[in-house]
Design a protein around this ligand. Structure first.
Ligand SMILES: C[S@@+](CC[C@H](N)C(=O)[O-])C[C@H]1O[C@@H](n2cnc3c(N)ncnc32)[C@H](O)[C@@H]1O
Length: 247
C-alpha cells in the first residue's frame, strides 16, 4: 500500500476539464505537465487507469513525484513522448489535450489511428480552427463549457468520434458547422451559459484582428450583431473603435 500525502486541488480551469470527461477505461493526458488531472480522474473513479504523457522529461519527473505522493503509481503510467506517438489508445479510452494551442491539438489528433470514446480539449487559442477540423474529421462536439480562471475565460470542449463503437448511427453530420458555430461553439451557441456574453466579447476582439487574414469573419461579426445586445458589444473596446471607423 503506497503512502498518500496531500492531494493537489485542481484550478477552476482543470476542474472544468475534469468534469467533461465521461467514465472511460483509460485517460491519456497528453501534455500533462504536473499530472494533476489524471491523478484526480483516477482518484474520482472516472477512469480505471491513466497515462500521463509530456514531450519534456522535466514535467514528467514532477508528474512521477505527484503520482507517487497520491499513491497511484500502479494506476497511472508516465511517458516522455510527443503527442500520441507510442500510445495505444483503445476504443473505450479518452484523450485529453489541455493547455496546448488548437493547431497543435489538430496535429496530435490527426495521427490517432482509430476512434476512442471521447476527446476533451482545452485550447489556449485557435478554437475555431479546432472545431472546423473536428467537424471535417467526423467528430461530434457534444459538450462545451466556459470557465473564468485568473481573469481569462477558457473554453473546453468534448468531441465524440462519430464512428466510435456504439455511435455508428451518427454517421456523417447532416450539415457542416457554420462559421459562426465554429467561432463561438455549436453547443455554447445553443445553451448560452452564464459566461457566454463575456466569451462573445473576448472572441469578437479576436476576430476583429483575425478577419484581416480571413475576410469571411466579417460575416460572423454581422451575424453576432443581429442577436447580441448592442450594449454588450459596445463594452468591447475594439468594437467601439470599429464603429467609429465605420461611421
Ligand atoms: C501549458 S502546459 C499544460 C499542462 C496541463 N495539461 C494543464 O492544462 O494545466 C503544456 C504542457 O504540454 C507539453 N507539451 C507541449 N507540446 C506537447 C506535445 N506535442 N506533446 C506532448 N506534450 C506537449 C509541455 O511540455 C507542457 O508541459
Amino acid at each position: 500500500m503506497q503512502k498518500q500525502s496531500r492531494l493537489p486541488v485542481l484550478s477552476a480551469r482543470l476542474e472544468t476539464v475534469a468534469r467533461l470527461v465521461k467514465p472511460c477505461a483509460r485517460v491519456f493526458d497528453i501534455g500533462t505537465d504536473h499530472a494533476f488531472l489524471p491523478i484526480e480522474l483516477v482518484r474520482r473513479g472516472i477512469c480505471r487507469s491513466a497515462t500521463a504523457s509530456d514531450i519534456r522529461p522535466g514535467p514528467i519527473a514532477v508528474a512521477q513525484r505527484n503520482i507517487a505522493r497520491a499513491g497511484l503509481a500502479d494506476q497511472i503510467e508516465t511517458k516522455v513522448t510527443a503527442g500520441l506517438f507510442g500510445h495505444a489508445v483503445g476504443p473505450d479510452d479518452a484523450v485529453v489535450l489541455s493547455g496546448l494551442g488548437g493547431l497543435e491539438m489538430i496535429d496530435i489528433l490527426a495521427v490517432l489511428p482509430g476512434p476512442c470514446s471521447q476527446v476533451i480539449l482545452q485550447p489556449q487559442k485557435s478554437a475555431m480552427e479546432l472545431r472546423l477540423w473536428l467537424d471535417a474529421n467526423l467528430y461530434l462536439i457534444d459538450s462545451e463549457a466556459l470557465v473564468l480562471d485568473r481573469d481569462r475565460i477558457y473554453v473546453i470542449l468534448r468531441a465524440i468520434p462519430r464512428l466510435a463503437a456504439g455511435n455508428r448511427e451518427e454517421g456523417a453530420p447532416a450539415a457542416p458547422l457554420t462559421l459562426t458555430e465554429a467561432v463561438l461553439g455549436p453547443v455554447l451557441l445553443t445553451h448560452r451559459p452564464p459566461l457566454f456574453d463575456a466569451y462573445v466579447q473576448q472572441v469578437v476582439r479576436h476576430i476583429q484582428v483575425a478577419r484581416r487574414r480571413m475576410p469571411e469573419l466579417a460575416d460572423v461579426l454581422a451575424d453576432i450583431k443581429t442577436w447580441q445586445h448592442p450594449e454588450t458589444l459596445a463594452q468591447c473596446p475594439n468594437s467601439r473603435k470599429e464603429k467609429a471607423h465605420e461611421s
